[in-house]
Design a protein around this ligand. Structure first.
Ligand SMILES: [Zn+2]
Length: 306
């Protein structure tokens, strides 16, 4: 399969500006309409969160992201949310799935567990809900960055959740080493050790089952485990430039993990609205600046999961 697969993109950061303005107009929210044009990254995430405030808008956003993507196939991730104290979490997932259902060949979904929002119980709940939609939800993403925040999911709880996902029929996409922080490094150690043990015990190929997001700041032990199993890494070029982790004059940090051209590297857009990009642009940047052949990226889709 030589199609273009965007396997790392977040729903909220990838909605088109036109749709956001439409939401703001229908709320008669003039401030949001003005702010959309000038907001910085953090403010933009807040505007998006405030405007995608109903199951109907989640469904419309999902369709919008699929329709506006320049890739042939997408795995879109989103964090399930409550819209009111009386609506169950399943409502927002149902709305997400309703959007995915309209384009079953072009897009599948991942549900995100946020290390700063979800404890082990709510993480388990998200996994349970994901398993209710096997035709459309193909994996779980573990994410969440917050330099000042306190992680809710960490230590043995994080290990348990990683193992639960690995033992399920779902794929595991985990953000690791996104920021240069000690607490993130501790989480990387926990997650990678759990993955290492699981792969050794089960003698399974990790393709179609596990992907690592970003992997920018890693210790030697992390790199050793990644190379041992040839774990696929998702690189989001514009995001990494924005974070300052990939400077123009220097190689990409992932080149310290993988240097050969056939390395298991996947290119993702992360947030097309936030980084004003699209899949073709990210791929062109990656082809120009990275040493990888970037062939067969679609082999890392979770739909390959047995
Ligand atoms: Zn991401």
């Amino acid at each position: 399969m030589n199609k273009h697969c965007d396997l790392h993109l977040h729903l909220s950061g990838s909605i088109s500006k036109e749709l956001l303005i439409e939401f703001a107009k229908s709320d008669d929210n003039k401030k949001a309409i003005d702010d959309i044009e000038t907001a910085d990254v953090l403010k933009m995430f807040k505007i998006i969160h405030d405007l995608t405030n109903s199951p109907e808008r989640i469904e419309a956003s999902t369709e919008n992201v699929i329709n506006t993507s320049t890739a042939d196939y997408l795995e879109i991730r989103t964090t399930p949310r409550y819209f009111s104290s009386t609506t169950p979490l399943r409502h927002s997932v149902g709305a997400f799935v309703a959007g995915l259902k309209k384009h079953p060949k072009k897009a599948k979904g991942l549900l995100s567990i946020n290390r700063y929002m979800h404890d082990v119980k709510s993480a388990q709940k998200i996994i349970e809900i994901a398993l209710e939609f096997p035709d459309h939800i193909v994996g779980i993403d573990i994410s969440g960055i917050n330099p000042e925040g306190i992680r809710i999911l960490q230590g043995d709880d994080l290990k348990q959740i990683v193992e639960t996902i690995l033992n399920s029929s779902l794929g595991l996409a985990i953000h690791i080493g996104e920021l240069n922080l000690e607490k993130d490094s501790i989480d990387s150690t926990i997650a990678l050790n759990a993955i290492d043990q699981w792969l050794d015990q089960n003698q399974i190929d990790c393709f179609g089952k596990i992907r690592l997001g970003h992997a920018l700041f890693l210790e030697e032990d992390h790199k050793r485990i990644i190379r041992k199993h040839r774990l696929p890494i998702e690189i989001c070029p514009s995001c990494h430039r924005y974070l300052g982790a990939w400077n123009k004059s220097e190689g990409h940090p992932v080149q310290q993990v993988y240097s050969d051209k056939d390395s298991p590297i996947v290119i993702g857009t992360d947030d097309t609205l936030i980084f004003s990009t699209n899949f073709q642009r990210e791929l062109a940047l990656a082809r120009k600046e990275l040493p990888y052949s970037l062939e067969n990226q679609c082999n890392y889709r979770f739909t390959h999961n047995p």
